[in-house]
Design a protein around this ligand. Structure first.
Ligand SMILES: *Cc1c(COP(=O)(O)O)cnc(C)c1O
Length: 801
């Protein structure tokens, strides 16, 4: 949009005056952020309204993306960039004597997600708006995020993430769009005059679902879509004095916190309530909106696509059936045909324990009418498929089995499309996790490789790089990330590679300053920045990275005179509060950091920085500074990964197993520009089939590895007597579930190669450039365009190939 600096300054000062009734000099960075947020909302207001008006006038098909998490990160800079106001505002604020960086840092990270799943949903919201797709998000407005992570004595401590403490400038509460969500009670079938039966629910526990809408601003296209987040409240009609405190608390708890502890059944029931709550409220609001503008439900599948992001929103399927039958008088057959045409599902994991199931007794008690519908879906599935596929296969794949409601199976049966998130992952779904359902519905399975929002992860997070790219190839890549491939022509341009290095050093200096300030560690900007940032999980194998650090430490101690490039190992990772083993690894990393960072014999040659409270904003600081991207999960376990793509786009080389989208990254950038290692998925499955993995063999065969493992229990690393033993035993006594020891040798070999290659900075920056140039294919815009073409069947803005 058009806005002069003078006009902006005038607007901003007026906003400060209105909101705070004081002078600019008397306001905090937070005050200034809030004023700026209000102003941006005002600037975007007519786009937001007109986008909705346009969709209605054109009767565009709407996509609804249901996800239990959205992890958008701070929105101020991103909204300004997309509105084309970033430079005007930044300069205007500077002229007012203000610091834009400090104001922007005053915005809290929304606590609406905790990892890759939520971040993907946020990238896709950004892309849908930027491609002009009528895309809506649907999720939960958690009052508290996962937790704020601090370290005490090296242990993770979880503090409440009170991200809404100062309100949220981006949201609009729309109580006029609220609806009731019903839990519990009992259902009976009332005969109707026409001979049909009507489901009557009684004695239900009613919850008032109030939507909060957040604008999702498209890039330079005047489109603003809506992310709708639901909050659970007391129904206004109820006489509030009659609500017991227990009942108030039960309602309050539903949207209180992201990921309640699900290690006990009380926590589990709460999780199921959350899932039904936002699924039901979302589908009710969709049908209501649809009904206002259409005659009858026949058009439904032409006008609506609902996407189920992982299994948490799967109850949209029976909920849609319920609404169509109980409130819109559809027959089962019509309702089912419409529902399956509308729904599509993305699977995000092959980890068996992450495939959700609910005990039937719990499900029935909490959602009696939905249970009837799921049972009827189950019955009809069995009747239709048993003659063709036999009883055994049908028993293995039906929505109900082993006393459980099986959410992934229900999602496949109730959708017209099922996709994995990288080619290997999709193949494993077909061959392993969903193999039986693939027999039944082969035509439903397809791949949609994940993508990232280049706007946030390069344009915003790495402005020095973005500007350098502009200077070389112009700025069309900002609209068409695939244009980045024209950078390949400069892979041997020594001058350009020097500039690329200067950008990296500049970004390293910014991260080094943060590390100094928060952790008190001095790090060198000429060191290799070796980065692993992701949730802490055994399958992601932070442990392998730890072993490399111990190896480097011992090598310096053994041979102080040997010259190797300096290294900084950077971690960011939260562990689930109930995940004991992951927390032990956190303690191990911090104990090792303590040892290494304070050993005078090591000096500045090796440093370990575990940056607490990893999230989107820290990612934006860390990723542009990375030289090496650690993507070292056990092959077959990481469905896709997306930090691998973000790091690639910022010129880090991948040190990677052949897992998830690493395979596609290596193919896109060329093997010579990455460091691949380790067992293939096939080799991992081979071990499973033969049952002949012997971790101890690797320990006994390799003295270097044995020495490293022994440091866990021999006192070399102080302060880890219990954790060291626990980890040591998991590897040797319990046979190393994730093949850490099997991959040690090939991993370390590549780490040695990296140390060697880094010395030749021209060559090294050439590899970095190859990664940046190839990263366009992993843009979320392209991924979302593929979803639109193949699954949702909605038009989108053209993208260059
Ligand atoms: C991208 C991202 C992730 C996902 O990282 P993976 O390494 O792909 O698991 C997790 N958390 C945040 C904050 C992210 O930005």
């Amino acid at each position: 949009m058009k806005l002069t600096r003078a006009q902006f300054k005038e607007d901003f000062l007026a906003e400060i005056k209105t909101l705070y009734a004081t002078d600019l000099s008397d306001t905090s960075a937070l005050n200034q952020f809030i004023a700026l947020g209000h102003l941006v909302r005002r600037y975007d207001g007519s786009n937001w309204k007109q986008t909705g008006d346009r969709y209605r006038q054109h009767d565009d098909k709407q996509v609804y993306y249901f996800s239990i998490e959205f992890l958008p990160g701070r929105l101020l800079k991103s909204n300004l960039l997309n509105l084309g106001l970033l430079d005007t505002v930044r300069q205007g604020l500077t002229e007012l004597g203000l610091d834009f960086a400090a104001i922007s840092a005053a915005e809290p990270d929304p606590g609406l997600g905790n990892g890759g799943l939520g971040r993907l949903a946020a990238c896709y919201m950004d892309s849908m708006a930027s491609l002009g797709i009528a895309g809506n998000g649907n999720g939960i407005r958690y009052r508290y995020g996962l937790f704020k992570q601090v370290f005490m004595d090296g242990y993770q401590v979880e503090l409440p993430d009170d991200w809404l403490r100062n309100g949220n400038v981006w949201e609009i509460r729309r109580e006029n769009k609220a609806c009731l969500v019903r839990f519990g009670g009992n259902v009976w079938m009332q005969p109707q005059p026409d001979g049909s039966l009507k489901a009557i629910s009684e004695n239900t526990d009613d919850v008032w679902a109030v939507p909060y809408d957040v604008g999702m601003v498209g890039y330079h296209n005047d489109v603003t879509n809506t992310l709708r987040l639901w909050s659970a409240e007391l129904p206004p009609s109820a006489d509030n004095t009659t609500f017991s405190q227990a009942r108030r608390d039960r309602i309050d708890d539903i949207t209180k916190v992201l990921y309640p502890d699900d290690s006990n059944s009380e926590g589990q029931a709460l999780r199921l309530r959350q899932e039904y709550f936002f699924s039901s409220a979302g589908v009710q609001s969709i049908i209501r909106h649809f009904g206002l503008h259409h005659q009858g439900v026949k058009e439904l599948a032409n006008k609506i696509a609902i996407h189920i992001n992982d299994t948490h929103p799967t109850l949209v399927i029976p909920e849609m059936m319920r609404l169509l039958m109980d409130e819109h008088h559809c027959s089962w057959e019509v309702a089912w045909a419409l529902t399956t045409q509308v729904m599509s599902y993305t699977n995000h994991t092959i980890m068996q324990e992450a495939l959700e199931t609910w005990p039937i007794e719990m499900f029935k008690g909490l959602l009696p009418r939905l249970y009837q519908i799921v049972a009827e879906i189950d019955r009809r599935y069995r009747v239709a498929k048993t003659p063709i596929f036999g009883e055994e296969l049908v028993n293995r794949t039906a929505p109900l089995g082993n006393g459980q409601v099986r959410m992934a199976f229900l999602a496949v049966i109730g959708s017209h499309s099922v996709n994995g998130v990288a080619p290997l992952h999709t193949e494993l779904l077909k061959e392993d996790v969903l193999r039986d359902l693939y027999q039944v519905y082969p035509e439903r399975f397809n791949n949609k490789t994940n993508g990232i929002a280049t706007r946030r992860w390069v344009q915003l997070a790495n402005e020095p790089l973005a500007n350098l790219i502009d200077s070389k190839i112009g700025s069309t890549w900002r609209q068409q990330p695939n244009e980045l491939k024209t950078l390949t022509a400069y892979q041997h341009d020594a001058k350009f590679l020097k500039q690329l290095m200067a950008v990296k050093v500049q970004n390293k200096a910014a991260l080094a300053a943060y590390i100094k300030q928060t952790l008190g560690i001095d790090i060198r900007t000429d060191a290799i920045f070796d980065v692993q940032i992701k949730r802490l999980h055994a399958y992601k194998r932070q442990l392998l990275h730890v072993f490399e650090i111990i190896r480097e430490y011992l090598a310096i101690k053994d041979q102080p005179e040997a010259v190797e490039p300096a290294r900084v190992h950077i971690f960011g990772a939260k562990a689930a509060p109930s995940y004991h083993y992951a927390k032990s690894i956190i303690k191990l990393i911090n104990a090792l950091a303590d040892l290494v960072n304070h050993d005078p014999a090591i000096g500045d040659r090796l440093k370990v920085a575990f940056i607490p409270n990893y999230g989107v904003s820290l990612g934006e600081l860390i990723i542009p500074a990375a030289d090496v991207s650690e993507q070292i999960s056990t092959a077959s376990k990481e469905a896709s990964g997306t930090s691998n793509m973000k790091l690639m786009a910022n010129g880090a080389v991948s040190l990677a197993t052949l897992d998830g989208a690493n395979i596609d990254i290596i193919e896109a950038a060329g093997e010579a520009n990455e460091y691949a290692f380790g067992l293939t998925a096939k080799a991992v499955y081979g071990y499973y089939q033969r049952g002949d993995y012997q971790a101890a063999d690797f320990y006994n065969a390799d003295p270097e590895l044995k020495r490293i493992l022994d440091t866990l229990i021999d006192g070399t690393i102080p302060g880890i007597s219990t954790e060291g033993r626990e980890i040591y035993d998991s590897l040797l006594k319990y046979n190393d579930e994730f093949f850490v020891l099997a991959d040690y040798e090939s991993y370390v070999q590549q780490q040695r190669q990296i140390a060697h290659d880094y010395e030749d900075q021209t060559q090294w920056q050439g590899k970095a450039l190859a990664n940046i140039a190839a990263s366009g294919v992993f843009s979320a815009d392209l991924a979302v365009a593929r979803y639109s073409d193949d699954i949702w069947q909605v038009p989108h803005a053209k993208l260059g190939q």
